[in-house]
Design a protein around this ligand. Sequence first.
Ligand SMILES: [Zn+2]
Ligand SMILES: [Zn+2]
Length: 295
Amino acid sequence: MRITLFGTRGSRPVSGPQYNCYGGDTTCAAVFANSQKTFILDAGTGICGLNQIGDKELYLLLTHLHWDHIQGLPFFEPAYNEDKHICIYGKANGKSVRGALENQHEQFNFPVPFTALKGIKDVLEFHPGEEIYDDGELSIDTLLQNHPSGGSVAYRFRERLADGDCATFVFSTDYELEGNWLDDRVAEFWDGADLVVADMHYEPQDSEREENKYKSGWGHSDYKSGIRLATVAEVKILVGTHFNPLSTDKYLTELESRMEKEAGRVAEQLGKAKVETGLAQPSQTHILPSQTYVI
Ligand SMILES: [Zn+2]
Ligand SMILES: [Zn+2]
């Protein structure tokens, strides 16, 4: 499968020359399966990078309903195209997913009603922990993560390869570990993945840095806990996303080298293989995504 990142910013979109490299749009990624099926993860403003997508059938999987994960939907052109068949998946937790999306299109928020989105054929709710999709070639499992608003969902894609092996991709943003760095449920969910794209919104709790300081209870994570989890879970590649709007290219470039060092240190400490690390760099132009992973 191919994984492309279209929006990597957390909380709100940003623009300016200080964000050219790591992007300004809020969360969106796409998984292009070998079976030609396309799965979109979240509808932050990055989803506009997919406005020209030719697929008739699309799956849009929402991690949760915070603004930065749905605010691109009113500007997603395929959603207005009656010929498209878009199926939205979101977690059930007492708040209707359809209701939240409709609310975003109430006239006091946006001039066009949700009923105008003729390409959206279904809004389905599931309970995290369930497998939500399996077509024989690719399956998708879910996990409830600790995050305000009743939790967010992590998605695990497993694609069966011709040689009998599997390629595994996990999308795990907007989570805060409960109590300590090593949340067993998350480590188990990441186990053996070829690629994990994970929340790196804040500096670690033990960081002295004033910028980008960790805020308890705000539902986000950091590079140190991500690297520790990924090393324990024997993940091959760990990519950070959901950057704090305050994190400039300069800060994030420097963070990439801190991650590299930390990955080496943790691997040695735990006697495990070193995780390959990086930070997501989407396209700023919405034309040619600059970063695609093939696993
Ligand atoms: Zn978010
Ligand atoms: Zn959130």
